[in-house]
Write a protein that binds this ligand. Sequence first.
Ligand SMILES: Cc1cc2nc3c(=O)[nH]c(=O)nc-3n(C[C@H](O)[C@H](O)[C@H](O)COP(=O)(O)OP(=O)(O)OC[C@H]3O[C@@H](n4cnc5c(N)ncnc54)[C@H](O)[C@@H]3O)c2cc1C
Length: 393
Amino acid sequence: MREVGYCAMTTKHYDVAVVGAGVFGAWTALELARRGKSVVLLEAYGPGHSRSSSGDESRIIRMGYGADEIYTRWSMRSLVKWKELFAATHNEALFQNTGVLWMAAAGDPTLRATREVLRRCAVKFRELDQPALASKYSQVGLENISEGIYEPESGVLMARRAVAATVTEAVRLSVDYRVAEVGPAGNTGRLSCVNCSNSGEPFSAEQFVFACGAWLGKIFPDILGPRIFVTRQAVFYMSIPGGDGRFGPQALPTWLIQNDECYGMPDLESRGLKVALDRHGEPADPDTQSRLVTDAEIAEMRDYVKRRFPALADAPIAETRVCQYENTSNGDFLIDRHPEMRNVWLVGGGSGHGFKHGPAVGAYVAGQLVGGEAPEPRFSLASKKTLQKRTVY
Ligand SMILES: Cc1cc2nc3c(=O)[nH]c(=O)nc-3n(C[C@H](O)[C@H](O)[C@H](O)COP(=O)(O)OP(=O)(O)OC[C@H]3O[C@@H](n4cnc5c(N)ncnc54)[C@H](O)[C@@H]3O)c2cc1C
């Protein structure tokens, strides 16, 4: 078999080179190190940097996934592992147990499916009817909402710092972390080495994991260009009126209203009420898209906040972010070998819901590389279509 990548004068040959230190790559490196593998983790900018999908302050960890039980189970597993990591590294505040509240119209099929799966998986939850929602959450506009599910043990991961903590732990377990932008990897043969595009420094390994988020389609344009749909996503933090405790985590949980395609979080660390649309935005390029919100995005968010949080209708916008989802055709993750380069793994397609699953993804990838774990067909490259039809939320 042809070897790709001429490796001149590498000082060390690794078991695995992981490219990308977002949440998927960081946990993959950590889980491989825990299994005794020698690992180099190569990242162009920094763990959880501000243009990566893992780079915002916060990400929801919830157990509800409609009928998609696999993600409920992965989320349960991941929450345990996040908490273990945070406890072991004295970072307990990186998980904020705000609770998660789903709100929907009467008879909502996703809420019904969520209830069934949570019951089956023995996840704690409470059901709320309209009067209960209205008396407990009078700060929320409940138009078209008649029922809710509350997950008391779920909450928020403080995202970019959680990724940094994961990388720190991986380094403690002897992972070599290097700031290096990896150049093109080719598309056939056995990969023996990747080169850093600025310095030309080579890194050689037995196996390679490309966990490059929205950049995956640029690195593998032939197979992933048409299969990873990168979309622009704007996030707003609304200022809270002075002395008003109704939007803090003691009064308001993290919330999702899927019919609105919207979600948000209480005023964590005094940054304001976080509100964002989960609806896919315009196609985006992670290198060149503007990180400033547009007037149209502001107007849409203002209308929404006025409807659901009337007390914040005129609240100043404290902060904004523009990030990107790296969607697969239906929202299932991509975790599979490259079809031509059999020692290369493609890991990504977090599709707007991947962050919480970092620990489960890392363990799964490590299991695949080390051997012995059965592959999940939903994560295969073969299941990824070139037309988008989202089914996983
Ligand atoms: C606005 C928004 C809200 C979200 N909300 C949630 C939520 O509430 N809960 C949830 O669970 N998930 C959520 N997600 C999804 C989640 O954040 C992502 O699925 C997850 O962070 C993806 O992680 P990743 O490691 O695959 O990608 P990234 O975090 O983008 O990491 C990829 C890394 O690869 C590096 N890289 C790329 N190319 C190269 C190269 N050539 N050489 C070296 N390094 C390279 C990049 O610099 C980057 O650091 C949200 C996403 C967004 C954008």
